[in-house]
Design a protein around this ligand. Structure first.
Ligand code: FAD
Ligand code: NAD
Ligand code: FES
Length: 278
């Protein structure tokens, strides 16, 4: 049972936690994730390993509080122990010297793209990062992304900080300016990843996206995380979570993510009622 060692709010509903996990810290690579359970009856949820420290035997996760399990997790504190923590899972990111690599992170997706940007920089790539949030107050990891990038562009939807607009427009402007880009990694909301792929497609720039379908066992047995890539069915937990974005069926992913919306809402409402003692 992994102990929670540190907890910090990066914005009003995004939490960073450092967990005791020496075995995971020793072998994890960029792009991989853990599956955790807060308690015995809880759901298993996948979260990306944002960072690790092999000396201390710790891993760092960053998550947005969106439903029942992330709410339960955010209620836990240093000293508490998770019911279970499994990992590292998923295929690591393919890291090599591409030349100039652009890392695009939208919202909490910045936490997922950060370890990729770091690994790319350590491998000698010229890293340009584009990170975006709806407003300045919910932008995360600006300093960390700046340290790991040769160039960082920040965008906010409302223009409260950096460039006004979506990260996809920043990428479009970069391409239009004649910047030579050899590879793009994009992580964030599904509509964002879809648009990024449409921006790079005409220029034939290889674009990798990290998919976030609902996962159950995360070992390739249940089929819950199936996605369609190049008309072939893939399991995001064992074949991914990263795929060639130009081949992904984003409509199917969007529909499958909505599949349990009613149940997720009921579960959250039931949880809130129990917390309120109703
Ligand atoms: P639920 O009650 O299950 O859902 C609440 C809301 O969130 C619903 O609207 C639902 O449609 C939506 N939702 C549920 N599951 C997902 C999902 N997989 N992706 C997107 N939306 C979802 N989130 C982070 O904040 N940080 C991460 O580093 C991170 N890494 C991930 C890595 C992988 C490989 C995958 C598959 C997902 C990752 N996610 C990450 C998403 C995270 O797993 C979900 O937000 C979480 O499972 C929601 O659980 P919940 O019980 O709190 O919410
Ligand atoms: P958000 O809705 O606030 O969007 C963040 C940024 O993404 C925006 O500021 C904008 O720059 C860009 N964006 C959003 N919609 C866009 C569109 N239609 N076209 C172009 N760009 C767009 O994001 P959030 O609330 O922080 O949510 C983060 C999302 O990341 C969630 O939907 C979650 O499912 C997803 N996520 C994905 C993974 C993964 O592994 N792929 C992991 C964690 C979270
Ligand atoms: Fe069950 Fe991927 S989560 S097969």
């Amino acid at each position: 049972m992994a102990a929670i060692l540190e907890k910090k709010y990066l914005s009003s509903n995004v939490v960073e936690m450092v967990l005791e996990a020496p075995h995971i810290a020793a072998t994890r690579r960029a792009g991989q994730f853990v599956v955790l359970m807060t308690d015995e009856k809880g759901e298993r949820i996948p979260l990306t390993i944002v960072d690790s420290d092999t000396r201390k035997g710790t891993v760092t996760i960053i998550y947005q509080v969106v439903g029942k399990t992330t709410t339960c997790l955010a209620d836990m504190n240093p000293g508490d122990r998770l019911y279970s923590l499994l990992g590292p899972l998923g295929r690591p990111t393919e890291i090599k010297n591409f030349g100039t690599a652009v890392c695009v992170g939208g919202g909490v997706g910045i936490g997922v793209v950060y370890p990729i940007a770091r690994a790319l920089k350590e491998t000698g790539n010229r890293v340009i990062s584009i990170i975006g949030a709806r407003t300045r107050d919910i932008l995360i990891l600006e300093e960390a992304m700046s340290k790991t990038s040769d160039r960082l562009v920040v965008a906010t939807d409302d223009g409260s900080y950096g460039v006004k607009g979506f990260v996809s427009q920043v990428l479009q402007d970069l391409i239009d300016s004649g910047e030579e880009i050899n590879h793009v990694f994009a992580v964030g909301p599904v509509p964002m990843m879809r648009v990024i792929c449409e921006v790079t497609r005409p220029h034939e720039i290889e674009t990798v996206v990290s998919l976030n379908p609902i996962m159950v066992d995360a070992t390739g047995m249940c089929g819950a995380c199936r996605v369609s890539v190049g008309n072939a069915t893939k399991l995001a937990c064992v074949d991914g979570p990263e795929f060639d974005g130009h081949q992904v069926d984003f409509d199917l992913l969007t529909n499958r993510l909505r599949m349990y919306y009613r149940e997720e809402k009921e579960s959250m409402e039931d949880f809130r009622c129990r917390c309120d003692g109703k």
